[in-house]
Ligand binder design. Structure first.
Ligand code: ATP
Ligand code: MG
Length: 210
């Protein structure tokens, strides 16, 4: 049996549905207008920073997305060498060029001269890619630390990024991104650390953390 309350709800339903339709129509007009207004095509500088998990995986996601559309992409990995990397295994097979600094973490090498030399060596590869018209996407994974520790000169990095081919997208990842790089970027996402399994003594998981 239909209760009185339910009957009155059912009677209101067409009205509710009409109001919803009108609201959605207004929203659609707004979204369509914004899409219409966004006409520019340009190589983007994207920054993924913050203390939460998901910066490099997001960058690799965009590289995979680009490659899926037939674009050319290359990845420079600052810091993490020696480590297996699931995305590298996959994307190298899909034709993505990788250059890895290969010194391990700064707090492991504890050798500033060696780290600086390694950063400079891999930055040379990055500079080639950032001047190569045939490369559509360049990911500079963990480059923010190179700037924090001054293994690379900030102005030199900003200059090379600014002078890159106009259609080329650049993805920067790493914590504590320098504000000048953030100012220069078109899209900046800060991933916050709400919680992380590691804090509860759970070790890094293959396929999730590397
Ligand atoms: P991912 O590569 O998983 O996207 P990320 O690039 O955001 O992570 P990094 O600072 O580069 O983060 O750290 C890489 C490794 O450290 C990953 O194994 C990741 O799970 C782990 N990690 C990231 N954020 C945290 C955190 N807040 N606490 C502990 N471990 C973290
Ligand atoms: Mg990372």
């Amino acid at each position: 049996m239909v209760s009185e309350e339910n009957t009155s709800k059912a009677e209101k339903a067409p009205e509710v549905s009409e109001r919803h339709q009108q609201r959605m129509q207004k929203l659609k007009e707004k979204v369509d207008a914004r899409i219409e207004a966004a006409q520019e095509d340009k190589g983007l500088l994207l920054v993924l920073t913050g203390n939460g998990k998901g910066k490099s995986t997001s960058g690799f996601g965009m590289v995979a997305r680009a490659v899926g559309h037939g674009l050319t992409a290359a990845v420079i990995q600052f810091i993490k060498g020696g480590w297996e990397c699931g995305e590298r295994n996959l994307l190298q097979n899909a034709g993505v060029e990788f250059h890895v600094m290969d010194t391990g973490f700064t707090w492991e090498t504890q050798d500033k001269a060696k780290d600086t030399e390694a950063a400079q060596r891999v930055w040379k590869e990055a500079k080639h890619l950032l001047s190569d018209e045939s490369v559509d996407v360049v990911m500079l994974d963990e480059i923010t630390y190179m700037l924090t520790y001054q293994y690379l000169d900030l102005d030199a990095v900003l200059d090379v990024i600014a002078q890159r081919p106009p259609h080329q997208h650049v993805i920067v990842t790493g914590r504590a991104c320098h504000r000048h790089l953030i100012e220069m970027a078109d899209t900046v996402s800060e991933v916050n650390n709400t919680k992380h399994a590691f804090d509860n003594g759970i070790k890094a998981q293959k396929g999730i953390d590397w």
